[in-house]
Design a binder for this molecule. Sequence first.
Ligand code: ZN
Ligand code: ZN
Length: 323
Amino acid sequence: MAAAFLVALYEYSPLFYISVVFLCFLVTSGMVLGWFGWDVPVILRNSEETESNVKVSQKQMRQVKNPFSLEIKNLSVASTASGITLSLDCLEDCLLTCYWGCNVQKLHEALQKHAYCFRIKTPQAFEDALYNEYHYREQYFIKKMDKEEKHCQLPAEAQVADFGPVPRSRYPLVALLTLADEDNREIYDIVSLVSVIHVPDESYRLSCRMLYQYLLLAQGQFHDLKQLFMSANSNAVPLSSPPSELEAEDRVLLEKVGLAEDESETPEENSKDCIVCQNRAVNWVLLPCRHTCLCNECVRHFQQCPMCRQFVRESFPLSSQEE
Ligand SMILES: [Zn+2]
Ligand SMILES: [Zn+2]
């Protein structure tokens, strides 16, 4: 049958016949070579082999120095009536300005203004951008490299018992950190830190928490600080130290290195290790889930996060890859 077809083909056009036979020969030899592992075009190999070559793209990152660090102390006891304790650790002399009852819409407009033209580098600039839409303001001077705790409280004379029913038009507390020294504002990329804090009161008892933290850059961008979820405890890489923040060059995502609250893994001696090989230090952050659980070697084998099975769209290292 095939022979009759070939003869017919040869009689029809010898040239076409030769090219068909040659093509068959090429495909067959390609398949044979591919079988023995030679480097032949991918389309000739079976599909399972090619999958491991797919690489997750690496996010372009730039390291910037963040002079500010602000955390809430004793979350459980904070309330509008009893006040809130903030723990500060700054690299330079700073001003902490607390705005109680700050208007939500005006705050976001102020951030937009910062992005366009009106840079928020001082408390005064912030208040102008807000049109003074807050109930009460208090200010503290924070000395550099001094781990300080400040107790902020809404005084009785402000006559604010709560911030109205939910959904609210005012944030209970917005804490602004700015550089006190004018010269420093020229040195640092990050010129202020805006922390939006929920503080419980009579009408809304949701426990105290950090809602957002925005880092404002001298060039006008602002970035939302996000927490990373470590697979282990924090002595892995010098993580929880405030000065090093990583910044995505292209988009708004800034990652703050910190501890996941929901991880129950035992913080034993192996805790800083990669959850896959249990051997090398954790170094890679997977996006979008922000799990930080893989070492430099293992990261290349995963297209899904080994902790939550989410597909990894991008990843970036905490420290550059020389170890
Ligand atoms: Zn590993
Ligand atoms: Zn994950």
